[in-house]
Design a protein around this ligand. Sequence first.
Ligand code: GDP
Ligand code: MN
Length: 367
Amino acid sequence: MILEVAALTLAGTHFGVPLLYYYYLKSRYLNKPWSIKVDENYKPKVTVIVPTYMEAELIQGKLRNLYAQEYPKDLMEIIVIDSGSTDGTAELVEGWASKHKGVNLKLIREAERRGKAYALNHALKYAIGEVVVTADVDALWPNRALAEALKWFADPTVGAVSCLKKPIGSKIRGVEEDYRRYYNVLRVAESKAYATPIFHGELAVFRRSLLELLGGFPTDIGADDSHTATRIALLGYRAIVPEDLWVEEFVPNEGYFLWRARRAQHLIQHFVKTIKEARKHKVAKEFRKIIAVEFFLHVVNPWLLLTSILILVVSIVVFSLLFAAFVMILGLALLNLKHYRTWIAQQLFLIVAALRNLKSKEIAWSK
Ligand code: GDP
Ligand code: MN
């Protein structure tokens, strides 16, 4: 009896908290107007930083994509920072630049690879834009993305802006899409409430003055984009993901599971560090709640599910409890439902990620 109650309480919390959080945010904030003054004509000087490591296959497409942005060329500077790629990435950038003289493009080559955040900080030293954008190579922006992202900076309370992601180009896309549907609602609703602690390096815009105040991107953890946005929010600025700013991200066909696990590793590192960091600041009430729940969802919640499953297994195997067997079979049968399956997969990624974090932080990951 005690075992069954324990297992059900854990499982109830595991599924209940995220569902409540989702419906709370959705009903309370999702359709609220933004209390931010946007100006479609606001056109600051911008530095786009493209970090590259072994991107020969995609880099030219990404440069073409940036070139196609509907933004005045004289207000846009591109810095490609390559960390010793051996597949010819840097040479391809040089070649492209020599054919596009009208573009203000600088290539920096690091002899040694020390990770993405380290490279971003290196590039930041040369950046002259009022705002700085990170642009991962494996994502494509719509032509108006930059202009759409920058218009929010007309409001001085906005410190950082990022995008939503549409997965493309993989057989696994379906799983990724399903996961994103739940996830995107959270990003936008959190942004409207105050700020979202999860950003996307595929298109992440920061006020340069704030980046400098923070001393650049964190090099000791993986989620440089999310953590920087969160620190900006902790300083009292909005860090937002608007509902209509989308980019397309290539989802890997091979190594999808490791890719997801690595990202989960980085998010766990980010939330663990954020919880400590938040204590040092006077934080907006809404944002404090958001950080607390997201910490719970990424760091604690997966383990409630695992514990609940272990208790059920013990109840069945050791005590032959019928009710436990029934709950277990129900839990397995539900795997036929796509949303449920997607959710369980994400929990597995988070558990694997937490264990992998004990071994390596994956600051410079394999490609
Ligand atoms: P994910 O989006 O988190 O899965 O990571 P990616 O592997 O796509 O990397 C994001 C961006 O950072 C890509 O443009 C990579 O080429 C780049 N990148 C990754 N590691 C390094 C690095 O050590 N140095 C530099 N300069 N860029 C890197
Ligand atoms: Mn990527």
